[in-house]
Design a protein around this ligand. Structure first.
Ligand code: G6P
Length: 638
């Protein structure tokens, strides 16, 4: 949560601020309660904080820029900026970052939580420090102020004070600091919250996420936990603040980002959410690229190649159990994978919410492989759950979208999604990508374990893009839009699915909650009569997944009975069904058809109309679909 960006260059202050504001806009999905920045150039200091979205800060800063003299190129311009997702203290200008010391000489932005801030604040207040905000972050500039005073006669006072502060604060943090007295340097440090340094020519950047750097630089250095850096216009010096011995500078590898600017922009779409839903087939293609080897003459010889898993092939061969970990949408993708791994790979599989797994007693058995799923690669609960697995000597595979993110680096092997940046806070294309990669992994495990599986799965997966595009045709989208408008005044919604589509019902309900703030519950169809049926009346509609496929229609028949029970209680029904299936007409009030596919792959198609439905309900209610209230895309705190 919270986005941080910093920029130092020889350019003008106006350009410095432009980079900060654009960076904040790219990071807004991490939090958007309030935003703030400080920028210094040739002794001109601009310090502004504004409540609400980044556009408010932009307007306020533009007013300042327009009323102050225009500063041309100087020796330097330096700035740090922050977009906030409140943890301690209500969203307000005072609580937004940067925070300062008593005399506004030190500016600090922070992502994470300082757990011992109360005791530190007490000590500092007793020492005469005056606090302005209710945040945990504010202890940092005051600690720096205190240590600077104590080290005043030391020529190395900034480094020393920064180090002493890092050693005293506890919790999770990515922080960036500017000292007014030393305006050619940004100090940064990382512990459990992400931080990346962007390398330019005669300019350098810092950010909580590489997406803020797209369009500026593709060269980045990822800081590790326990590292701090001094970033100037032409240099980046990295050290460790945790080691007991005084270590020298750490040499770090520069990573090349693969994302380009177009993929992080809306283009002709009204919102990122719509753009990202419409990228479904492209995302599938990217996930499969180079990983499916189709033998045109003999499809039975087609096979899956996952380079990222080759190093643990022997472990996978002998694996007897799989544990899947994730949060939010990634957890639901994991639930679909549980069905896949059991049916296709024929291996016992359990899926856990990372937040539960990290604290519960678990029985660890040998030959267990863990799969951690995360779009951002930064979710705190998933990271903690991975650490627990490592402590128990389990091998962990990461399925991650953001290249170079924490989870991609701490896992033992992995498969990247290559879905490109996902900006909409509610995950859409990442879910499609995760399902695609998990289908590949299930096939790969079946292949190396010599388990028999339906070879049509490989070719069907490869052809699914056309079916996705068919769902996304204009006439289908308008139909879904009209259903969304019809149901947008409802207060509750039930989502039903069975088997592979049960987790999709959960994900569909989650999308509606996130985007439209309508209470929605996902249920397994068979559970209807064990509770949810009691809620059904003419005001409580149901969105049901009633698809059919050639292999097995028992499930559909059962679901039909569930729907009949709803109809008998005057509940309205909106159904997703398979093209050509007319049996459904007499039950449902409204109907969305999708092309037929194999049941194992149905979730990849079914979720698209559900995402569109949530999108248009949100639009009908005039809500910001890209930035739902109270949520953040990357949840880097517990
Ligand atoms: C947040 C996001 C969700 C996401 C979840 C897990 O809640 O709003 O869209 O599914 O975190 O994130 P991850 O990056 O680990 O997939």
């Amino acid at each position: 949560m919270c986005g941080i960006i910093g920029y130092i260059s020889g350019k003008s202050q106006k350009e410095n601020i432009e980079v900060l504001i654009e960076g904040l806009k790219a990071l807004e999905y991490r939090g958007y309660d309030s935003a703030g920045l400080v920028s210094i150039s040739n002794e001109n200091l601009i310090y502004k904080k504004s409540l609400g979205q980044v556009k408010n800060l932009e307007a306020d800063v533009n007013k300042i820029l327009n009323s102050s003299p225009v500063f041309g190129e100087g020796d330097y311009s330096i700035g740090i900026a922050h977009t906030r997702w409140a943890t301690h203290g209500v969203p307000s200008e005072l609580n937004s970052h940067p925070h300062t010391d008593c005399n506004e000489n030190i500016f600090v932005i922070h992502n994470g939580i300082i757990e011992n801030y109360k005791e530190l604040k007490n000590i500092l207040e007793k020492g005469g420090h005056i606090f302005k905000s209710q945040t945990d972050t504010e202890v940092i500039p005051h600690l720096l102020e205190k240590f600077l005073k104590e080290n005043n006669n030391n020529s190395n006072k900034f480094d020393l004070s920064f180090l002493e502060t890092l050693k005293i604060i506890k919790g999770a943090f990515a922080i960036a600091v500017i000292f007014k007295e030393l305006p050619e340097m940004i100090y940064v440090a990382k512990l459990s919250s992400p931080l990346v340094i962007g390398i330019g020519e005669n300019e350098n950047y810092i950010a909580s996420d590489p997406s803020a750097l797209i369009g500026n630089t593709k060269k980045v250095i990822y800081l590790k936990d326990g590292e701090y850096a001094k970033v100037s216009k032409n240099n980046v010096n990295i050290f460790n603040f945790q080691s007991q011995s005084v270590e020298g500078e750490i040499k770090k590898e520069i990573t090349e980002l693969e994302w380009d600017i177009e993929r992080a922009q809306k283009g002709d779409y009204p919102d990122f959410m719509m753009k990202e839903i419409c990228e479904a087939s492209e995302v599938l293609k990217k996930a499969l690229m180079g990983r499916i080897k189709i033998d045109q003459n003999n499809p039975g010889n087609s096979f899956i190649k996952l380079g990222g898993l080759e190093s643990i092939e022997e472990e996978l061969k002998s694996a007897k159990r799989i544990i899947i970990l994730g949060c939010g949408t990634s957890y639901y993708a994991g639930m679909v994978a549980e069905y896949l791994f059991k049916k296709v790979s024929k291996i016992p599989t359990e899926v856990f919410l990372a937040s539960e797994f990290r604290y519960r007693e678990e029985v660890f058995v040998p030959d267990t492989i863990v799969i951690a799923i995360s779009q951002s690669g930064e979710t705190a609960d998933t990271i903690a759950a991975i650490k627990k697995c490592h402590d128990n000597n389990l091998t962990v595979i990461g399925i991650v979208n953001v290249v170079g993110s924490t989870i991609s680096r701490i896992t033992d092997s992995g498969v990247y999604n290559h879905a490109g940046p996902e900006i909409g806070v509610a995950s859409t294309k990442a879910f499609i990508s995760q399902l695609s990669v998990l289908a590949l992994v299930s096939l790969y495990i079946a292949q190396i374990k010599n388990k028999s599986f339906d070879k049509n799965l490989i070719s069907e997966l490869n052809n699914l893009g056309d079916k996705m595009d068919a769902i996304l045709k204009e006439e289908n989208i308008s139909k879904i839009k009209s259903f969304a408008e019809k149901y947008s005044n409802k207060k509750d919604f039930l989502y039903l699915g069975r088997n592979f589509n049960y987790p999709v019902a959960l994900e569909g309900a989650l999308k509606l909650k996130e985007i439209s703030y309508i209470h929605a519950e996902g249920y397994a169809g068979g559970e209807m009569k064990h509770g949810p049926l009691a809620m059904i009346d003419e005001n409580f509609p149901t969105f049901a997944i009633a698809t059919r496929n050639k292999k097995d229609n028992v499930i559909q028949d059962k679901l039909f009975s569930n729907l009949e029970e709803i109809k008998a209680r005057k509940g309205e029904i909106l159904c997703i069904a398979t093209e050509g299936d007319e049996n459904i007409n007499h039950i449902t009030n409204d109907l969305i058809y999708i092309p037929e596919t194999l049941e194992e792959l149905e979730p990849l198609l079914v979720i698209i109309p559900m995402q569109l439905f949530a999108y248009y309900v949100g639009k009908a209610k005039n809500l910001d679909v890209d930035k739902p209230r109270n949520l953040a895309k990357s949840v880097t705190v517990e």
